[in-house]
Design a protein around this ligand. Structure first.
Ligand code: UT7
Length: 337
């Protein structure tokens, strides 16, 4: 019988800055309370990058762990695909800095811009590329969102944190691996979540701050409503395409934006919030890093077994959204480095 070959997640890794900022710490500087933040979002704390810590350095930390656990040397990689909205430089890509730091030899490297759906987009792009180049591929979600929020705007700044997560994808035998996927965008909502300061503006035009730096702008309610529908649509269609029911899925690993979004989506899907894995309480919304950070937390907690079905579902600016069904392939927990 012909052996199945599928693209599998060989290992995961993640990193968050050591500087932890609680809601109480924010409430000392901002007109907010721990009670408001917890009741409206489920967030208790976030990790905030300090001087010298960048999106690239975060990505390198997470990647080194994933590569070591996968037993893959950086110079064996075919490609580095890095999802971010907070690149170190506008040009070239942050993936090139990661390539340089890891000494990734003859690998290609580029960034994907799909906001909080970035990791799902990056995984699907990487999978497509591996059809032509079978070498292992590093997929990273990394964002320092705290660098682009206005720390005087309580509507936005309390929601975000910093971090990076990485996976190594490899061709493997057996049934485990990446299954059906969906990538979409509801561009009618383009302006609901955006950061200005790109080349649309002439240099003489001031954006938000006198320095010319701009902040993340978000209309919370429409984004909230979009997110709930997006999760429902993606999960429902992935199950239909795969001929599966939600009962067969062990966990949904969603983009971690707000506990109440997950709660409302769970009700639409006629399931409980416990069908979703959440670590938002500790890390807040880390944008493209959020799904691989959550996945790595599951791995480290020994919660996954070979054969488990997972659904990753992302949503964010664009308004992009998407998901991928994964059959977990590691029979034992991956060694913690
Ligand atoms: O990664 C994807 C991107 N983002 C999202 O997915 C976020 C989607 N949206 C949300 O999660 C929610 O809309 C928020 C958490 C942003 C806001 O929750 P909400 O229940 O929709 O609150 P609201 O916008 O209705 O605001 C209610 C009140 C307002 O006061 P007034 O106008 O009623 O007097 C806000 O000014 O809460 C106030 N408020 C705060 N109060 C204390 C907003 N932020 C804060 C705060 N602390 N941090």
């Amino acid at each position: 019988m012909a052996e199945h070959k599928k693209i599998q997640i060989a290992a995961t890794g993640s990193w968050v800055p050591s500087h932890r900022v609680t809601n109480e710490m924010l409430a000392k500087k901002l007109d907010t309370t721990d009670e408001w933040i917890v009741s409206h979002t489920g967030i208790h704390a976030r990790h905030v990058a300090q001087a010298g810590e960048t999106t690239a350095s975060a990505a390198v930390h997470a990647s080194r762990i994933a590569l070591e656990r996968a037993g893959v040397a950086a110079d064996e990689l075919g490609c580095i695909v890095l999802a971010t909205s907070t690149p170190d430089y506008t040009l070239p890509s942050t993936a090139c800095l990661v390539h340089r730091e890891l000494k990734a030899g003859r690998a290609a490297a580029f960034d994907v811009s799909a906001a909080c759906t970035g990791f799902v987009y990056a995984m699907d792009i990487a999978r497509g590329l591996m059809g032509r180049d079978p070498r292992p591929t590093l997929v990273i979600g990394a964002d320092l969102m705290t660098r682009i929020v206005d720390w005087t705007d309580r509507n936005v700044c309390v929601l975000f944190g910093d971090g990076a997560g990485a996976v190594v994808l490899k061709w493997g035998s057996g049934d485990a691996g990446l299954g059906e996927s969906i990538l979409r965008v509801d561009s009618e909502g383009f302006f609901a979540l955006r950061r200005e300061g790109g080349n649309r503006h002439h240099l003489s035009e001031q954006v938000d701050a006198p320095s010319g730096r701009s902040f993340l702008h978000m209309e919370g309610k429409p984004v909230f409503n979009f997110a709930v529908k997006a999760i429902d649509e993606v999960v429902t269609e992935l199950l239909e395409k795969s001929g599966m029911t939600l009962d067969q899925v062990k966990l949904i690993v969603p983009h971690q934006a707000n506990f109440r979004i997950i709660d409302a989506a769970a009700r639409r899907l006629k399931t409980g919030a416990d069908k979703f894995f959440l670590n938002i309480a500790e890390v807040a919304n880390t944008s493209a890093a959020s799904i691989p950070l959550a996945l790595d937390a599951l791995v480290n907690a020994n919660r996954l077994q070979a054969g488990d079905y997972l659904i990753f579902v992302g949503f964010g600016a664009g308004l992009t959204y998407g998901g991928v069904l994964v059959r977990w392939g590691c029979s034992a927990p991956l060694a913690v480095v």
